[in-house]
Design a protein around this ligand. Structure first.
Ligand SMILES: CC(C)(COP(=O)(O)OP(=O)(O)OC[C@H]1O[C@@H](n2cnc3c(N)ncnc32)[C@H](O)[C@@H]1OP(=O)(O)O)[C@@H](O)C(=O)NCCC(=O)NCCS
Length: 213
């Protein structure tokens, strides 16, 4: 039976090796431990908001608060779907997809991370391909955007190999020092030409209206 009150819990995005879904409270705590165990070299941050720099227990509290806040603020006009990424049933990382005024603009933005133990095995591409399928094939998106600091080869390579094109640069200073970010844009046509793996989406019918479509 489907979830009668928060229908997003029924949504599943499956790729050959991964399942993406909205985490339960217990799964969120487990995912927090994956993040705490390490997502990147501490010498530099790959994130625009340096959330991994916080010491415990602020790290854990603010990690949970991030997820609560995106759920609490969800509207069909402005939504952010924060998905936990599971490999063999265990939390491995995070993939999100969000949009503003999707009903009219049909454009999405994404962000992601994997625990260090799960990096470099093709999962980054699979999880991005998963939410791109949700956006383009299921929700009717026309474009997807992403970005990465220019010293983040893995993230740059995920975007480029899935067909994104360079879309300018901007500066951001997550630790107070300016750094260059490469922006990317993927059109529907380019997505079709660069499809990376099989993706299956289930449970969307009961929550489709939450996305403004
Ligand atoms: C970015 C991230 C999600 C990518 O996931 P991943 O599973 O490690 O990447 P994949 O194994 O799917 O590899 C994707 C591409 O990057 C390349 N790649 C992976 N690690 C690399 C590295 N250290 N240096 C250069 N290229 C690398 C792969 O060869 C592949 O390219 P290809 O398709 O042209 O062969 C993951 O590395 C991560 O969580 N990093 C830390 C957090 C982060 O940077 N988040 C994104 C912020 S914008």
């Amino acid at each position: 039976m489907g979830h009668s009150s928060w229908q997003l819990y029924d949504l599943r995005v499956r790729t050959p090796a991964l399942e993406l879904r909205v985490p339960t409270e217990d799964e969120l705590v487990a995912l927090c431990q994956v993040a705490k165990a390490g997502v990147h070299d501490p010498d530099t941050t790959p994130f625009e908001v340096p959330w991994t720099d916080k010491p415990s227990p602020r790290f854990e509290r603010e990690f949970l608060q991030h997820f609560w806040s995106t759920r609490a603020q969800w509207t069909p006009e402005r939504w952010m779907l924060d998905l936990a990424v599971f490999r063999d049933g265990e939390p491995a990382g995070f993939q999100n997809i969000g949009a503003e005024n999707f009903a009219v603009l049909r454009e999405v933005q994404t962000g992601s991370w994997l625990g260090k133990a799960f990096q470099g095995q093709g999962y980054g591409k699979q999880m991005r391909a998963g939410v791109l399928h949700l956006a383009f094939a299921e929700l009717g998106a026309v474009a997807a955007e992403s970005g990465a600091f220019i010293d983040n080869p893995a993230s740059l390579a995920v975007s480029r190999s899935l067909g994104y094109q360079d879309n300018g640069r901007r500066r951001r200073a997550p630790r107070g020092e300016p750094r260059e970010q490469q922006l990317f844009r993927l059109t529907r046509q380019r997505w079709q030409e660069h499809r990376f793996c099989e993706v299956e989406v289930t449970g969307l019918d009961s929550c489709r209206d939450m996305f403004g479509v």
